[in-house]
Design a protein around this ligand. Structure first.
Ligand code: DQA
Length: 144
């Protein structure tokens, strides 16, 4: 069975509690349920979250051997991390970038994404449904 990594950056451990007017009331556990449902029978989900940039880089390195694709919400690191971009550039499978909020309607500093230079698809503003859409896209790109 193939594995899809669903990686989450800083502060997303507080999903459901943090700024619910922007990010909603559902939690990362709800994200995991949505992703597992979207993955179907042929793919398993490994959902991970860290507040540390280097940990996310390490997981992307692990994905080189273990994952057929990556769904990533790098959170604030989207707008700053060349290290995450470089790690994703060393990963061969499809990468879908997800943002819960519609970042282009927010502050100007959220309009630029380093990760978008690598991402095969970018989803913003669909709430948690964006993760499920990202997983479905990876399933369709990596189905045998
Ligand atoms: C976010 C948007 C980022 O700008 C922000 O720093 C986040 C979450 C989103 O999912 O909408 O932490 O990636």
């Amino acid at each position: 069975m193939k594995t899809i990594f669903v990686l989450n950056g800083p502060n997303l451990n507080l999903l459901g509690k943090r700024q619910p007017e922007i990010y909603g009331h559902e939690t990362l556990d709800d994200v995991a349920l949505l992703c597992r449902d979207a993955a179907g029978d042929g793919h398993r989900i490994r959902l991970l979250q860290s507040n540390w940039e280097g940990q996310i880089v390490d997981w992307i390195h692990e994905a080189r051997d273990e994952a057929c694709g990556i769904v990533i919400n790098p959170a604030a690191l989207t707008h700053s991390s060349i290290a995450i971009l470089d790690a994703l550039n060393a990963f061969d499978g499809p990468v879908i970038e997800v943002h819960i909020s519609q970042v282009h309607r927010r502050e100007a500093f959220r309009h630029h994404s380093y990760v978008s230079l690598r991402a095969d698809g970018v989803i913003a503003g669909l709430g948690l449904e964006g993760y499920a859409a990202g997983v479905r896209r990876i399933v369709s790109l990596t189905r045998d």
